[in-house]
Design a protein around this ligand. Structure first.
Ligand SMILES: [Zn+2]
Length: 305
């Protein structure tokens, strides 16, 4: 799976990492008449009546830049600067009117109809602007922070402090656990809050001082009482909702005994490929179609027994 691009990833823009550190270069991009501006309002993109994310150019782009609470340079698309602007401090209706949009939408609700690049760039904009809204004050001294480097760093404005704050990514592991022995089976669980009969793979956040592998072993033991070995990396997925990075693994359980924690997991059980195929045939999808969970299960199902 490692070579496949999952939804919200793909590296579609040149992020201009070295250039964006130069404020004059960024200023020149802001006045570039070809610049594209993507407006967002509180984690939602502005959309047309046809539910297409709004891309502003020319005078409309300049107007949105002038009105923005926060502006970030996402990168260059074939040399054209692409910015995202945050309009969250306005009422939703004002943001809609300002951008000539018809409404707002969550990119995750639109993903099936967007081109992969469009979904990825919208998710990137959402995650980066969300981070800015959460980092307005310095965690060390409490002074205000200011964006720099095209919005990829914030710096504490207090001269004695000046701490630099970088966007934070929160990694989580997501694991397809296989049973020992035959027949082939995988472990799926019903998570707290999930409806009856809705099963998915096991997942959890990486904690401080842990490798990804440590997190896999701990989470599987804590949540399902399963000891795992034979970890194999499967791929990763950007999940900036608001700051996730999903890292997919396969692992094999030492025993078939399962003991859920009753808090995060309500129920966990082993499924054969036939059982999963029957569920799919009965109209029960394997997780969210845009998620690595779906991909892990799809790959496992595609293998021969
Ligand atoms: Zn400070």
């Amino acid at each position: 799976m490692s070579d496949r691009v999952l939804a919200y990833g793909g590296g579609w823009l040149d992020r201009a990492g070295a250039l964006r550190a130069d404020p004059e270069w960024v200023s020149a991009r802001l006045t570039d008449p070809t610049a594209v501006v993507l407006p967002l309002w509180r984690d939602r993109c502005l959309v047309s009546a046809a539910q297409a994310p709004v891309r502003l150019t020319g005078a409309d782009a300049a107007g949105a830049l002038a009105a923005a609470d926060e502006t970030v340079l996402l990168g260059l698309e074939d040399g054209t600067p692409v910015f995202a602007v945050d309009l969250s401090e306005r009422a939703e209706a004002d943001a809609v009117a300002l951008t000539g949009a018809a409404g707002t939408a969550d990119v995750r609700a639109l993903v099936s109809r967007l081109r992969p690049a469009e979904a990825a760039v919208q998710a990137y904009a959402r995650g980066l602007l969300h981070w800015h809204r959460q980092q307005r004050y310095c965690g060390s001294c409490g002074a205000a922070t200011r964006p720099r480097d095209g919005g990829h760093v914030r710096a504490c404005a207090a001269p004695r402090c000046g701490r630099l704050i970088f966007p934070r990514i929160e990694p989580a592991v997501i694991v397809l656990v296989e049973a020992p022995g035959s027949p082939d089976r995988c472990l799926l669980a019903r998570h707290a809050g999930a409806p009856e009969g809705a099963y998915s793979t096991l997942a959890g956040f990486v904690e401080v001082g842990e490798s990804l592998e440590d997190a896999v072993r701990r989470e599987m033991a804590e949540e399902a009482g399963v000891s795992v070995a034979g970890l194999a990396y499967q791929g990763s997925q950007a999940w900036p909702f608001p700051a996730g990075l999903m890292v997919g693994f396969r692992a094999t359980a030492a025993t078939e005994e399962v003991r859920v924690d009753g808090v995060e997991l309500l129920e966990a059980r082993w499924f054969t490929r036939d059982e999963l195929r029957e569920r799919v045939a009965a109209g029960r999808p394997l997780g969210r179609v845009d998620s690595i969970d779906h991909q892990l299960l799809g790959d496992w199902l595609a293998a021969a027994d």
